[in-house]
Write a protein that binds this ligand. Structure first.
Ligand SMILES: [Zn+2]
Length: 250
């Protein structure tokens, strides 16, 4: 019964949305409002737990690049904010609603404004394409699916959670993990489109990811950013393709 209620509850929220630029249909169980609220809460937590960099020149530089990309994103409804955090970990991310954080660690790898725009475009693309919400939707769906199946198979209630977990693991390997590479490629494609539209040189995206690949090969302890953003041949090959596909008139 609980499974049925869950299913009905979820079914009411289920919908499909479409990604910008790539026009891919997404399965979505989270509303934009819910997603924005999550983003705002997370942003507060990040600011409270981090050291904001005091270098005003650097803050202004990242903000200027961010604003140029935000201006071509078509999301004037986002509450855009760009913050540099004093942290040697190479990392950057954009929360739903447009709160962008750059760690000083990634700014030590980027060689020029075009490469900062590469990372900026990529991270903003994840938020525009609602990748976080899509991932959460898929996880919820696989849990609901597991509970319905458990109920149908008459698995006693006390074992249903265990079953859901086991089922969740299987669905993750089959459904969710391959998606994250897909999300990465999609964020590259949208990001390169945005940086180019904002007037930055897309050839520098290739340069940046080639540098990342070199760092990843030469270092014993590759940066954390590389574990979620593998800089391998597949990525570089796709990036070349996205650059070649850009409209010739910017
Ligand atoms: Zn990414």
């Amino acid at each position: 019964m609980r499974a049925i209620n869950l299913f009905l509850g979820a079914a009411l929220l289920v919908g499909c949305t479409t990604t910008p630029v790539t026009n891919r249909t997404q399965f979505m169980m989270i509303s934009p409002d819910q997603e924005m609220a999550l983003g705002a809460t997370e942003a507060k937590k990040v600011i409270q737990s981090s050291k904001i960099d005091t270098d005003k020149v650097l803050q202004d530089r990242v903000k200027r690049i961010g604003q140029k990309i935000a201006a071509v994103s078509g999301r004037s409804d986002f509450a855009w904010e760009f913050t540099v955090i004093q942290d040697d970990t190479p990392n950057a991310f954009c929360l739903p609603g447009g709160k962008v954080f750059f760690y000083t660690g990634i700014l030590k790898i980027t060689e020029n404004d075009d490469q900062i725009a590469t990372v900026m475009g990529h991270e903003i693309a994840h938020a525009l394409a609602r990748h976080g919400a899509e991932r959460m939707s898929m996880q919820t769906a696989s849990n609901v699916g597991a509970q319905i199946l458990a109920a149908a198979l008459n698995i006693p209630t006390q074992y249903q959670n265990l079953y859901a977990q086991a089922y969740g693991i299987t669905s993750q390997v089959g459904l969710i993990l391959p998606y994250s590479r897909k999300f990465e490629h999609e964020a590259d494609q949208i990001g390169i489109y945005l940086m180019s539209k904002a007037g930055y040189n897309p050839a520098q995206a290739l340069k940046f990811w080639e540098n990342m690949a070199r760092i990843s090969k030469s270092s014993h302890k590759p940066p954390a950013f590389l574990s979620t953003h593998p800089a391998d041949d597949a990525r570089i090959r796709e990036i070349r393709k996205y650059i070649a596909q850009l409209p010739s008139t910017r």
